[in-house]
Design a protein around this ligand. Structure first.
Ligand code: HGY
Ligand code: MN
Ligand code: MN
Length: 405
């Protein structure tokens, strides 16, 4: 199993818009569509019934003998210049868990359905988990279709060009569609490796929020405009970025994090004073009230920078989601699998968000983590060993068998 899975992970990493070992696979890019086509072939080869919804969420079902469906899955889109294991371990690992149960002649009473979610990463449309938000009824379909990428192309036009048509309001799943949902994912943090535990069982998923900040200044000639006359949009952005850090550190809680991950300067010429800047800011905490305090502090910082520098600053909260609690019964199934496999595990929180954050709104859900080297993720040197991945697959298979049996 290990060798075949390692080869498949390698092949999936080859569908990328950056040089190996980095992976870039933005939703509905050509690399993404080629990866999807290849994976659907694997799903069919494994004897699964494949369907796609109007936003490209892909479902591969092993039909059970009775009622009910247990879901598992993750995403394959990858942020620019990132790694090959984030998300993909949950899709290819989920497929391998199903194949291993079929090889063992297991007969599921409930169907087992593997999902590949559309656009877990916020890269193209600014909001993460687009596919699972729509599946769980957490995002208004018309607002989703109107979301634009940095070229001004809407989700509606991009998904249609990728072959996904149909109304987005057909995506939401009926209540109770899944009796349980599980996601296998790399930890994207250092705790499992530090504790030498091969498995993490996630109890809570942190509450993510993101803002878009638009700053308009005056611009002008870098030589002719004297310093007292300037309204430099980039210097406003610098004040705001440092304010973001101050607000997060200022809560005094180690669980509060904030990042200015995007800062686009216009016109971007060395001899032209920046006239406009767009920033995207990511704020997270396991306590939503504390996170919202940081959002408010950032908005105050924007108003101050605007007043101090004679800028127009607009802050838009793109999303501010509640955290998710994982389900005790589903976590129990993961624990039972660890015990029967004699694998050490620990319960933990996920500081990264995942599609499970939204699946937990419509199904009893839990996540199983495996270690990643040095806790590194969202970087080309992201790495999980095939032994660790195989452990995660075996725990997932055991839990699926319990929940679907
Ligand atoms: O940003 C996250 O937490 C996830 O990796 N998209
Ligand atoms: Mn990610
Ligand atoms: Mn991920």
């Amino acid at each position: 199993m290990k060798q075949a899975l390692a080869i498949e992970l390698e092949k999936l990493a080859s569908f990328s818009d950056s040089e190996a070992p980095a992976v870039t696979r933005v939703v509905f890019s050509d690399a993404d569509l080629r990866a999807r086509a290849w994976l659907k072939g694997l799903f069919r080869e494994a004897g699964l019934e494949v369907r796609e919804d109007a936003v490209g969420n892909t479902f591969a079902r092993w039909v059970g003998s009775g009622e009910g469906v247990v879901g598992t899955g993750s995403h394959i889109d990858a942020i620019p210049n990132s790694g090959r294991f984030d998300g993909t371990v949950g899709v290819l690992g989920g497929l391998e868990a199903i194949r291993s149960l079929r090889r063992a002649a297991f007969q599921p009473r409930r169907s087992i359905e593997l999902l590949m979610f559309t656009s877990e990463e916020p890269t193209r449309f600014g909001i993460g988990c687009l596919g699972s938000r729509l599946l769980s009824g957490s995002l208004d379909p018309s607002r989703a279709d109107a979301l634009q990428d940095s070229d001004g192309a809407t989700l509606a036009s991009v998904r249609a060009a990728a072959g996904f048509s149909g109304p987005l309001n057909s995506v939401q799943l009926a209540a109770g569609y899944y009796s349980a949902f599980l996601e296998l994912h790399i930890e994207q943090g250092p705790l499992l490796e530090k504790a030498s535990n091969p498995i993490g069982i996630v109890e809570n998923i942190a509450a993510p929020a993101s803002l878009r900040i638009s700053i308009a200044g005056q611009g002008g000639h870098a030589g002719a405009v004297l310093m007292p006359q300037r309204h430099d949009a980039f210097l406003g952005a610098c004040e705001i970025a440092l304010g973001v850090e101050r607000a997060a550190v200022g809560t005094g809680a180690i669980d509060t994090v904030a990042t200015t991950g995007v800062c686009r300067v216009f016109p971007g010429a060395v001899n032209s004073i920046p006239s406009a800047v767009t920033m995207e800011i990511d704020v997270r905490d396991i306590e939503p009230d504390r996170r919202d305090k940081v959002l408010r502090a950032i908005e105050e910082c924007c108003a101050l920078a605007a007043a101090r520098r004679g800028l127009a600053v607009e802050a838009t909260v793109l999303n501010a989601d509640p955290p998710a609690a994982c389900d005790p019964r589903v976590m129990g199934a993961l624990e039972h699998a660890c015990v029967s496999l004699d694998l050490g595990y620990q319960r933990m929180i996920s500081r990264a968000y995942h599609d499970s954050l939204f699946m937990a709104r419509i199904a009893p859900s839990a996540m199983v983590f495996i270690p990643c080297k040095g806790g590194v993720s969202h970087r080309p040197d992201e790495f999980s060993s095939i032994e660790d991945i195989a452990n995660g697959v075996e725990v997932l298979a055991g839990a699926l068998a319990e929940l679907a049996g």
